[in-house]
Design a protein around this ligand. Sequence first.
Ligand SMILES: [Zn+2]
Length: 135
Amino acid sequence: MVCHCRFCQRVTGSSSFAEAMYPMDAVTLSGITPSSYAHRSEGSSQLVHVHFCPRCGSTVSLTFERWPQVRGLSRGAFDDPNSVSIGSHIWTESAQSGVVLPADTDCFRQARATLDGTPLAPERYAAPELARPEA
Ligand SMILES: [Zn+2]
C-alpha cells in the first residue's frame, strides 16, 4: 500500500511511503541489524517503530504496536521495487497537492479500518484522479 499520512511524508522526505505488509514470522532480515526509533501515531496513539539502515539511513521496515503480527517492508528497499504491486492508497486526505490516485485501486481517505478494527469501504476511481482537486 501507499500511505500519504504526514508521518510517512516526514519519514520519506517525500509525498508518500510505499510498503508491502507481511506476517511478522514470514520475514527474516539479514545483514546489518537495522536501527530503530518509535513514533506515536497521531491517529491511533499507538507506537509505530521505524527500522532503518544505520549506515545509509534508508527506511527498511515499519512495525506496529497496533498490529504486532505484521511487518511493513519499504517498497523502495526491495532489489526490484516493481516486484511488489500497489493494492491500495491510504490517508489520501493528507496527500500532497499534485498527487494523482490511480484508477481501479482501493483508496481510503484515512486508514483502512476504524480504531476498533472495523474495515472501511474504499473509494475507487474510474480514471486517475487528483487526491486534492482543490489544490
Ligand atoms: Zn503513513
